[in-house]
Design a binder for this molecule. Structure first.
Ligand SMILES: [Zn+2]
Length: 301
């Protein structure tokens, strides 16, 4: 079945000379037709070091694509329902190292970045992340960057934002996703989203990627397919079945769902889901919803 994943941190792992769980072999075995690769630099390092890290990850991304027939990168073009290869897309997770320097944003777009979040969990010069109280939100510079994103058909990712920033993005941004999260209805964690936020994303024709991180799924270090299934069930019950998908966060999480240790395990998850949900729900969830969302906004350009 066509599978798509809206978030992984494999590039950081490769940049740190570690071997990623998301790689050519596991993508192939998992039937992954579409994989988003996030550019991320640890926020503790200096702005200069973060900029250098992002450059390094971009270079590594293009090297990987060049070296493998199985990875395709064609920014701003239509993505086919074909998982005999993987369409690799690029996003930026946290943009404190760019601030509102639009030359740098343009440069990133020219290198294939099509989606970006303003901040990680912290508060930076653009927005306030999920660790921050709601008296903080988007800054003037953050609003300017959203405007640039709208003008350049860049998707605004609200994963990691606090609620205040989220609602401001909903108001200002054209195309909004939460690339890797779970639901607060099932676990009240600052990285998860409320039913009200889900409804706003449905309204906006956005997208929600569900992570495999047990800490966000049930608050422990252990989760099973059934815990993941409960997230899906809840989202379907509040009318979000057409906008949900996978946002694994592989290579960015310290534990994962039992039986789902890397992309090669997707067929097992799919079989489990097919035994419990309608086929069209499963097809949407594991890939088609994200592919369609991505094509909708690419065509809009
Ligand atoms: Zn993240």
């Amino acid at each position: 079945m066509y599978t798509a994943d809206a978030h992984c941190d494999a590039l950081l792992k490769i940049a740190q000379s570690d071997s990623p769980l998301v790689n050519i072999d596991t993508l192939k075995k998992g039937g992954v037709g579409l994989q988003n690769f996030a550019l991320f630099a640890p926020v503790e390092s200096s702005i200069y070091e973060q900029q250098e890290m992002i450059k390094k990850e971009i270079t590594l991304f293009h090297m990987c694509v060049k070296q493998s027939d199985n990875l395709h990168s064609n920014p701003f073009t239509f993505i086919k329902n074909d998982n005999t290869y993987t369409d690799a897309i690029l996003s930026l997770e946290g943009a404190g190292m760019l601030g509102d320097n639009l030359d740098m944003w343009n440069d990133l777009k020219n290198k294939g970045v099509e989606m970006a979040s303003l901040t990680w969990n912290e508060r930076n010069n653009l927005a306030a992340g999920s660790s921050q109280p709601n008296r903080y939100g988007l800054t003037r510079a953050g609003k300017k960057v959203i405007q640039w994103q709208n003008n350049n058909n860049i998707v605004t990712d609200t994963a990691h934002l606090n609620e205040q920033s989220f609602w401001q993005v909903i108001e200002l941004a054209d195309t909004v996703v939460v690339s890797h999260t779970n639901t607060r209805a099932l676990l009240d964690h600052p990285r998860n989203i409320t039913d009200k936020q889900v409804a706003a994303l449905v309204n906006k024709n956005g997208f929600i990627g569900l992570t495999f991180y047990p800490l966000f799924i049930n608050g422990t270090n252990r989760a099973d397919f059934s815990d993941f299934g409960r997230q899906v069930e809840h989202l379907c019950s509040i009318g979000a079945s057409d906008i949900i998908g996978l946002g694994s966060d592989f290579d960015g999480i310290s534990s994962t769902i039992n039986g789902l240790s890397n992309p090669s395990d997707y067929p097992a998850l799919i079989n489990w889901l097919l035994a419990r949900f309608d086929e069209n729900i499963v097809e949407g969830l594991v890939g088609e919803n994200f592919r369609k969302f991505w094509n909708r906004r690419r065509i809009k350009r």
